[in-house]
Design a protein around this ligand. Structure first.
Ligand code: GS8
Length: 214
């Protein structure tokens, strides 16, 4: 079967979230860059892949998917279902809980920080420091909950790695490209969890991909 195609630039943490899942699942895939500069994401070809005109989009045969977390789940279900713990109601529900936490707590605080520090200057604008400070405070409150959780178990959903952990990777890698990575220093269990994730070959590969020189 032809490799899956992931559409979007690896500058986007929504795209690299999917790359982590593809790598971790050992899936065959290729990345097809989409040029925002020329408005390719709003072209009829791309709207057929993602009707919202956004990246990422995934093509697997005649199946087209969008929404990064749905793509990550699809890839895991297809190639490495143990990342979702589908066989155990309690475990799979904890995976669901922490996937929601990633999207609605962690990344919702992280998104404006990354946008202001990494994307706004690329667009010729100036970082809104007030927005960054406000969201760093939000993030610290979220990290307190993570610290307490990771004091009790090795990974977020339990003592097993899951997609819930892996979905955090792309934004956390981006945090290290901002001046604010030291926000993690006050949370030793979070730092140990992150070090464990960083040691994974899938994460190393994505980290290398995200370096502009790669
Ligand atoms: C968000 C996709 C998104 O915002 C997901 O896939 O998780 N909830 C979706 N994509 C941005 C790129 S930044 O990562 C995008 O395509 N923006 C262009 C636009 O909205 O026109």
């Amino acid at each position: 079967m032809a490799p899956m195609k992931l559409y979007g630039a690896t500058l986007s943490w929504n795209v690299t979230r999917c790359v982590v899942a593809l790598e971790e699942a050992g899936a065959e895939y290729e990345i097809v860059p989409i040029n925002f500069g020329t408005g390719e994401h709003k072209s009829p070809e791309h709207l057929a892949r993602n009707p919202f005109g956004q990246v990422p989009a995934l093509q697997d045969g005649d199946l087209y998917l969008w929404e990064s977390r749905a793509i990550c789940k699809y890839v895991s279900r297809k190639n490495k279902p143990e990342l979702l713990k589908q066989g155990d109601l309690k475990e799979l529900t904890m995976v669901d809980v922490w996937m929601e936490v990633e999207a609605n707590q962690y990344t919702s605080a992280m998104d404006p920080i990354l946008f202001e520090c990494l994307i706004r200057p690329m667009l010729g604008g100036t970082t809104d420091q007030k927005a960054v400070e406000g969201n760093l405070e939000k993030l610290k409150k979220v990290l307190e909950v993570y610290e307490a959780r990771l004091t009790k178990c090795k990974y977020l959903a339990g003592d097993f790695i899951s997609l819930a952990d892996l979905n955090h990777v792309s934004v956390t890698l981006c945090l290290f490209a901002t001046p604010h990575a030291s926000v993690l220093d006050a949370y030793p269990h979070v730092k140990a969890w992150w070090a464990g994730l960083m040691a994974r070959p899938s994460v190393q590969k994505v980290a290398a991909l995200m370096k502009p020189s790669a």
